[in-house]
Design a protein around this ligand. Structure first.
Ligand code: HEM
Ligand code: HEM
Length: 176
């Protein structure tokens, strides 16, 4: 049976973002454990912010693609509950692709440091406001936790379907 696939643009953007987001979760956890005020910590924070903002731009491109194209329908034999869970997970993953970088950017804007994008200073509209910085840092942490939980659910769904040959789910999001 011919399987319906996501197109090459969708596949490329899915895997670039998947790799970068997983790296960013590790990077975020690693860098917050580094010694405060050290050059190493500041270098990793800079890298995290630039990569995170790049991911926000990729998320916009991806959302535009998503709105302009029709996702390939899942095969008929996928149970309604699995279908609903998969779609809900995908929608929530999209939401997190925005909440995560936006909360990080806002928290950084109230930190008192200038946010740079690959070395280019961005307009510094926020002042040093520890309470707002703390609030948005907490939102960033909670959303990282939710994103990770959704990712685990997403991967479990893929693994579950991998042992069922007829679904060939991974091939739907892979290169021809
Ligand atoms: C943070 C990382 C990830 C995010 C944010 C993510 C997000 C998504 C989203 C939103 C979709 C729906 C297609 C779309 O509308 O773009 C999707 C589909 C898919 N993802 Fe991921 N994904 C991630 C990581 C992974 C990983 C690690 C795997 C492999 C184990 C994977 C395998 C798949 C597959 C096979 C599909 C196609 C599902 C279908 O047949 O409809 N994803 N992903
Ligand atoms: C998809 C993109 C992103 C992901 C997956 C991500 C993930 C994370 C994670 C897992 C942490 C560690 C949380 C903890 O303290 O336990 C973190 C911390 C942090 N992130 Fe992000 N982040 C992203 C984007 C951004 C962006 C765009 C910025 C700013 C421009 C940013 C700024 C920060 C800062 C300043 C911290 C340290 C917070 C603290 O002091 O505890 N992040 N991030």
């Amino acid at each position: 049976m011919e399987i319906q696939r996501y197109n090459t643009t969708a596949v490329i953007i899915h895997w670039i973002m998947a790799i970068l987001i997983i790296m960013m979760i590790g990077l975020g956890l690693y860098m917050t454990g580094l010694e405060k005020g050290s050059a190493e910590r500041s270098w990793f924070f800079g890298l995290h912010k630039s990569l995170g903002l790049t991911l926000a731009l990729l998320a916009i491109i991806r959302l535009v693609w998503k709105m302009r194209s029709i996702s390939p329908a899942l095969p008929d034999f996928v149970a309604p509950i699995q279908r609903k869970t998969a779609i809900a997970t995908h929608h929530l993953l999209y939401l997190m692709m925005f909440i995560q970088p936006v909360s990080g950017y806002i928290s950084s804007s109230f930190s008192g440091y200038k946010t740079k994008f690959w070395g280019i200073p961005l307009p510094h509209w926020g002042s040093k406001q520890p309470e707002l910085n703390k609030l948005f840092t907490e939102i960033h942490e909670i959303s990282a936790f939710c994103l990770t939980a959704l990712l685990v659910l997403h991967i479990c769904g893929v693994i579950y379907h991998m042992h069922r040959k007829e679904t060939q789910l991974l091939r739907r999001m892979w290169f021809k």
